[in-house]
Design a protein around this ligand. Structure first.
Ligand SMILES: [Zn+2]
Ligand SMILES: [Zn+2]
Length: 121
């Protein structure tokens, strides 16, 4: 039992160290600016700037930083959402937008009726 816990703790430690390692390197290598929204970070705010792996493989950390991108936590979230959506098939991004427009047209048709009923009642 003891050994299992130790192994687990070591794993977490290694993971944390690895994360600290490439983050520190990326922060040294790149300007402290979000690569997506362009916000600048310094001091305490710097913890909101995270390292994104362009190929989404956290074990792929080339020393030249070619797989890293500094993103704020919000843009980082977006980036991963986009990545998830792409999983639904090729050209999913365009398909997703078209779906949104259809939904809005549907809403538009509903509103006039609802408005009239409100006035009369
Ligand atoms: Zn950002
Ligand atoms: Zn990422």
């Amino acid at each position: 039992m003891q050994k299992k816990t130790e192994a687990l703790e070591k794993m977490y430690r290694d993971l944390a160290e690895k994360e600290r390692g490439y983050r520190a390197r990326a922060l040294k290598m790149f300007p402290h600016v979000c690569g997506s929204c362009g916000r600048e970070f310094s001091g305490k705010g710097l913890k909101e700037l995270t390292v994104h792996h362009k190929n989404h493989d956290h074990d792929h950390n080339p020393p030249d930083g070619s797989n890293w991108e500094l993103l704020c936590i919000y843009c980082h979230d977006n980036e991963h959402e986009k990545h998830k959506m792409k999983g639904y098939g090729g050209g999913a991004e365009k398909g997703f937008q078209a779906g949104g427009f259809t939904a809005f047209e549907g809403l538009d048709a509903l509103f006039p009726t609802a408005g009239k009923e409100d006035n009369e009642g």
